[in-house]
Design a protein around this ligand. Structure first.
Ligand SMILES: *Cc1c(COP(=O)(O)O)cnc(C)c1O
Length: 374
């Protein structure tokens, strides 16, 4: 039996392990110099005119961002019907209402016209998701938001290193939120970052991140709100610094491996089941395709079990949000979002991570093509 190939695996180098050990031995292990350094390095990576704040997760970051722009009870936020549940959950947690829009089948991203049709007088913000690392079409979304006086909060959890029209996601627009969860393109084990343009957001975000506290010049503590507790540790930041140094190389390798998947699968399968190839700006967080389950007369669970029996791990990203029990209970009808429903039912994520070899991709494709009978 061959070694099990998981659908993803982080790459942590010895230098990073040593940097973590140095933090652990330093006597200062929570937020401190390494966290500040990672905020500076991320801001430098994203380019001029951006503020960056780290936090313990993208989920916390999205919630903090929406709160900082004033989203609350009675407000609506436009969210893709195909994303991780966190994109919608954060809206509900603020007492606001997520309004779902269907996504385009192959890009898994929202189309600006569909977003425009979902706006109401209660809409406060639009939350595009750069699904799998492929940038959503931001220019028309930003123009629409400007025209209607709305904010755009990008769920860029998949998109650190993604470029839109040659520019890094998070280097423009109102607010972008990255995830550094263990499975994402760069990791701090758990963690996230907000990149934003308006320096006036720093104060509310910092207060929300740490107990509502702001210190005066003499270092005296005062509390200006019932803030939360979302600060990243220096141990985590040391991991992130090691990851950020290699991010461009990681993503270039992901692109090569995705290219090899296309080279192997493109000539053999229906193009409709493959993801959009995108351009050089695609950071290939995920390589997901739609399995023709009806033709194969098999369930996705069976398909995944067959791949697993061949020592290949498969992920599922994601069930459609309106089809999840909680959102159905809130009154959403998953059938109203047919592309999200189909993706949610048929999607499988193939192994893709920087330490994979092209031989691994070949192995996945051989098994896949055998199971797809093509
Ligand atoms: C991973 C993910 C999140 C949440 O990120 P965390 O850092 O785990 O909180 C949000 N949205 C999407 C699309 C994600 O994939």
């Amino acid at each position: 039996m061959q070694d099990f190939l998981p659908f993803t695996r982080p790459t942590i180098d010895d230098e990073t392990v040593a940097a973590v050990a140095a933090v652990l031995r330093s006597g200062w292990i929570t937020s401190g110099p390494r966290t500040q350094e990672l905020e500076r390095e991320l801001a430098a990576y994203l380019g001029p005119g951006r503020e960056v704040r780290l936090m313990t997760s993208a989920t916390g970051g999205l919630e903090m961002a929406l709160k900082a722009i004033g989203v609350g009870p009675g407000d609506e936020v436009v969210v893709p019907a195909m994303s991780f549940a966190a994109s919608a959950n954060v809206v509900v947690r603020l007492g606001a209402r997520p309004v779902f829009v269907d996504v385009e089948l192959r890009s898994r991203n929202v189309l600006p016209d569909a977003v425009a049709a979902a706006l109401s007088p209660r809409t406060r913000a639009i939350m595009p998701v750069h699904f799998a690392g492929l940038a959503a079409d931001l220019d028309p979304l930003l123009a629409l938001a400007r025209e209607r006086g709305l904010r755009v909060v990008e769920d860029a959890a998949h998109a650190i290193g993604t470029r839109y029209r040659g520019r890094l996601v998070g280097s423009f627009g109102d607010i972008a939120c990255f995830s550094f969860h263990a499975n994402k393109n760069m990791t701090t084990i758990e963690g996230g970052a907000l990149s934003y343009a308006d320096p006036a957001l720093s104060l509310p975000l910092e207060r929300e991140r740490f107990h509502g506290i702001t210190k005066d010049a003499a270092g005296n503590v005062d509390v200006f709100g019932a803030g939360g507790k979302y600060n990243l540790t220096d141990v985590a930041a040391a991991v992130g610094l090691g990851q950020l140094r290699r991010l461009e190389a990681f993503n270039a390798r992901r692109r090569e491996l995705a290219g090899h998947y296309f080279a192997r699968l493109g000539p053999r399968v229906d193009p409709d089941i493959l993801p959009l190839p995108g351009d050089d700006g695609h950071s290939w967080h995920l390589f997901a395709l739609l399995v023709p389950l009806a033709r194969l007369r098999c369930s996705r669970d069976e398909f995944i079990a067959r791949m697993r029996a061949r020592s290949i791990g498969i992920g599922v990203h994601y069930p459609s949000i309106p089809g999840l029990t909680y959102y159905r209970q809130l009154g959403w009808d998953p059938a109203a979002f047919p592309n999200a429903a189909r993706i949610g039912a048929e999607t499988v994520t193939l192994p893709l991570f920087p330490a994979m070899s092209t031989g691994d991709v070949d192995r996945v494709c051989d098994c896949l093509l055998e199971l797809l009978q093509c």
